[in-house]
Design a protein around this ligand. Structure first.
Ligand code: NAD
Length: 492
């Protein structure tokens, strides 16, 4: 099998060490690609290329924003031409059902279109100010931050990268991108498109383990900004590594989000959205509605219906579009099974699922049945920790205050939702949630236009929307004295 290369300074290269790692299809356990494995020296080369591109050759940074925006649109066009290929790569590399991978590619294409138009639209403000020194104009300009390192997880291999690459490039930065080594194939395909359209050195791709090259990118003093999506523990280590040159930092971290269901909610609607909240993408969603909080009087019919629907979920080869696909790797599958075991040991009631799924061809891959736990309490590990799999816990509440207190009792604060026919109550509860992304009577829809990010240990900063562009920009204020000449501040 030909070794897939990384992309540094406009060239496809192998790592200096010659080491490689395998890409495994989690639905079959088969090796589908062999990838060159970067070490610290390769990461440094990529940073040096980005630095030269930003501070010396400056072609991308100095390009006017209309032309840069046009190039982003061409990237979107090429991605559209490669839509099926990109979707199949994510599907086979990560295990998600094909229709979900296709939706991710469509979102990623739209993301490039969105930031293409946003970068062409000037924003900023001009203020007329009058302070001690006389009349002045003060205005702001947005400038690229510089060399940006981007690190992403495996759950949305293409999309998580694009959420960072599109705004970072739109703003005129030079980047070094490191996707999760679990799933790199769609990133390689995206960089083949970049290779045709972007100036040399402004976009670099390094492939390999986070503990070495990810840490190097966070610590390297030639990197002006590090933006990371992944677990909270790694996010904390990135903050520490980034302190050396006080890098600008963006963190999109874990979650344990509440899905609050009042007794007046539509039963079928709430059940279906709760399933979308936890079983989409095999539960590997940072915003997953992994803690269901249901009003006590509604709990029995809700849990019964949720279990019926969860048991009916089809599982199988992701390319054949089952409801749920495979778990990304054997180790992630074992981690999830470990949490399920712990849930039972700590006294939660296993309502459905709870085991590996091994029917037919699935025996070769890593599949887990959709799992619902009832009778859960805040002390249980499965309620406190992010499982990142198709496992949901159910707790009950009696009052609105109790629902809000339970919802906010997590150390995370990424997302949350409320289901009720009482509009005023929905808004009251949403206002009290300490979370950055919220929904009323639905769960998980996500738009390129709306800012995405968390409170508390779920992160710092926002992706998507206008805020997602500003993360990759410095804002400079420019002050103009409208009356040049002597001010008369000093008497002598
Ligand atoms: P992870 O933290 O293990 O890895 C994420 C990335 O960091 C990978 O590319 C990995 O190689 C790299 N990495 C690992 N150790 C590193 C280190 N010491 N220094 C620098 N980089 C390092 O996470 P994962 O298992 O790939 O993804 C799951 C996590 O991602 C979950 O916690 C999930 O909630 C989170 N996530 C958050 C969002 C969000 O928007 N908030 C979106 C998707 C996923």
């Amino acid at each position: 099998m030909e070794t897939r290369k990384m992309y540094i300074d406009g060239a496809w290269v192998e790592s200096m060490s010659g080491k490689t790692f395998d890409s495994v299809n989690p639905a079959t356990g088969e090796v589908i690609a062999v990838i060159t494995e970067a070490g610290v020296e390769d990461a440094r080369l990529a940073v040096a290329a980005a630095k030269k591109s930003f501070y010396e050759t400056r072609e991308w940074r100095d390009m006017d924003s209309q032309t840069r925006g046009d190039i982003l649109l061409k990237i979107a066009d090429r991605m559209d031409e490669a839509r099926d290929e990109l979707a199949r790569l994510d599907c086979m590399d990560m295990g998600k059902p094909l229709r979900e991978a296709e939706a991710d590619v469509d979102d990623a294409i739209h993301n490039f279109c969105y930031y293409s138009s946003l970068i062409k639209t000037p924003h900023g403000g001009v203020y007329e100010v009058n302070e001690g020194f006389g009349k002045m104009h003060s205005y702001t300009v947005h400038e690229p931050t510089g060399v940006c390192a981007l690190i992403t997880p495996w759950n949305y291999p293409l999309l998580m990268g694009v959420w960072k690459l599109a705004p970072a490039l739109a703003a005129g930065n030079s980047v070094v991108y490191k996707p999760s080594s679990n799933c790199v194939l769609s990133s390689i395909r995206l960089f083949e498109i970049f290779d045709e359209l972007l100036p040399k050195g402004c976009a670099n791709l390094v492939l390999g383990p986070g503990g070495t090259i990810g840490n190097e990118l966070a610590a390297n003093e030639d990197v002006d900004m590090i933006t990371f999506t992944g677990s909270t523990a790694v996010g904390q280590s990135i903050m520490r590594a980034a302190a050396g040159n006080v890098k600008k930092i963006g963190l999109e971290l874990g979650g344990k989000s509440p899905n609050i269901i009042f007794a007046d909610a539509d039963l079928e609607g709430a059940v279906e959205w709760a399933m979308i909240g936890i079983f989409l993408n095999q539960g590997a969603i940072c915003s997953a509605g992994s803690r269901i909080l249901v009003e006590e009087s509604f709990a029995e019919p809700f849990i019964r219906r949720l279990a019926e629907r969860a048991n009916a979920i089809t599982i199988g080869n992701p390319l054949e579009n089952p409801d749920m696909g495979a778990i990304v790797s054997e180790s992630q599958m074992n981690k999830i099974l470990g949490y399920i075991k712990k849930g039972v040991e700590e006294g939660a009631t296993l309502v459905c699922g709870g085991e590996r799924y091994t029917e037919g061809e699935c025996a070769k891959g890593y599949f887990i049945r959709p799992t619902v736990f009832a009778d859960c309490t805040n002390e249980m590990t499965i309620v406190k920790e992010e499982i990142f799999g198709p496992v949901v816990t159910v707790q009950t509440f009696r009052t609105e205050k109790e629902a809000v207190d339970l919802a906010n009792s997590s150390e995370y604060g990424l997302a949350g939702a409320v289901y009720t026919k009482d509009g005023a109550r929905a808004l009251r509860v949403i206002k009290e949630l300490r979370a950055g992304i919220t929904w009323i009577n639905c769960y998980n829809p996500c738009f390129n236009e709306a800012p995405w990010g968390g409170y508390k240990k779920s992160g710092i900063g926002r992706e998507l929307g206008v805020h997602g562009l500003e993360e990759y920009q410095e804002i400079k204020q420019i002050n103009i004295n409208l009356n040049p000449g002597i001010v008369g501040w000093y008497e002598h």
